[in-house]
Design a protein around this ligand. Structure first.
Ligand code: SF4
Ligand code: SF4
Length: 320
């Protein structure tokens, strides 16, 4: 497909999303537009901060996933993220997660991302974005996720398309590594940038939580990285409202589905008190955006299209 041919669907999607954003802000709509689909809860890791892996140990059937995607699309969701567990483990006798992405495309989703731990490969050229968890330098990452750092870096380097984004959850173990991950992201040819979250203290993981001072400091440091031009995909204007927990949440425009069951924002909504301590940047950023927070809207308009236009589905660029 020519470059021009591949740009057109992206522009259509942006116009559609722009209209959704405008009408959501003006009319205070609460319809979802970002959907997360859990394809399996199986995972090959046992990360210290995790509360969701291997609870049921199932790969959801392909037909179930198709039904869930049709339901999400019918509700207006256009940005789809495939999650696990570890989505690269998902399979049935004849299909892999690549077939799930293809099914999402066939339904009509203009933008499909995958969130992976990167240990089973990170090369998914079919996806618009592949978020690969990397929780700091080798020492702290391996302390949190087991000895996986080198394997993940090798898989990132082996990817054939530049559609990867590092995904770091900042906690009390890796809090010193925020800058190191941004610097690494800037050097990796297949990586577009880094997306940060702060640890959300699920029951049993409270010792990894940041103190209020650390939280403010980390948000300041991420803001400085953005101002210095590091490829950070978070919104600088949202950071002060994340730092002091003052942004609205949960985010009604985000939904998550597992095996036909749907929650608003995240499954964590069911854990009493967790939203008050939320560390997921998307919940704050999208809530502020769809509330029409002027600075956040302006920054999103300025920076999100640039990120999307760098996506290899829209503009094919050679891996450096
Ligand atoms: S890779 Fe993700 S799903 Fe698996 S244990 Fe770690 S945090 Fe949990
Ligand atoms: S706001 Fe609540 S439901 Fe949403 S991601 Fe944060 S903890 Fe989860």
């Amino acid at each position: 497909m020519s470059a021009a041919g591949s740009v057109r669907p992206g522009l259509r999607a942006w116009l559609e999303l722009g209209w959704f954003g405008l009408t959501t802000v003006l009319f205070r709509r609460r319809d979802p537009v970002v959907g997360s689909l859990i394809v399996t809860d199986r995972c090959n890791l046992a990360c210290r901060h995790c509360a969701v892996a291997n609870l049921r140990r199932v790969d959801y059937p392909y037909e179930r996933l198709q039904q869930d995607m049709l339901s999400l699309y019918g509700q207006g969701v256009r940005i789809l993220l495939l999650y696990g567990g570890e989505p690269m483990l998902w399979h049935d006798p004849t299909r892999t997660v690549r077939d799930v992405i293809a099914a999402a495309r066939a339904i009509g989703f203009p933008w499909v991302g995958v969130v992976t731990n990167g240990t089973r490969g990170a090369d998914l050229p079919e996806a618009d974005l592949v978020l690969v968890s990397l929780d700091g330098t080798r020492e702290s990452h391996d302390a949190i996720r087991g000895r996986t750092y080198d394997r993940i870096l090798a898989n990132i380097r082996a990817a054939t398309r530049a559609n990867l984004c590092l995904y770091m959850a900042v906690n009390s173990t890796n809090v010193a590594d925020v800058e190191a991950v941004a610097e690494l992201a800037a050097t990796l040819p297949t990586v577009l940038g880094v997306s940060y979250n702060l640890h959300t203290p699920y029951p049993g993981t409270e010792t990894l939580a940041l103190t209020p001072e650390q939280r403010r400091d980390v948000c300041d440091r991420i803001g400085r990285l953005i101002r210095r031009g590091y490829p950070v995909v978070n919104l600088a204007t949202a950071l002060p409202r994340i730092a002091d927990f003052s942004a609205p949440r949960p985010c009604p425009q985000c939904v998550i589905v597992e095996d036909g069951e749907q929650w608003t924002c995240g499954r964590c909504i069911e854990t009493p008190g967790l939203c008050e301590q939320c560390g997921f940047f998307f919940a704050y950023e999208l809530s502020l955006l769809f509330h029409g927070h002027p600075a956040v809207v302006l920054e999103a308009l300025r920076r999100y299209p640039a990120l999307l236009l760098r996506s290899p589905r829209l503009v094919t660029r050679a891996v450096r």
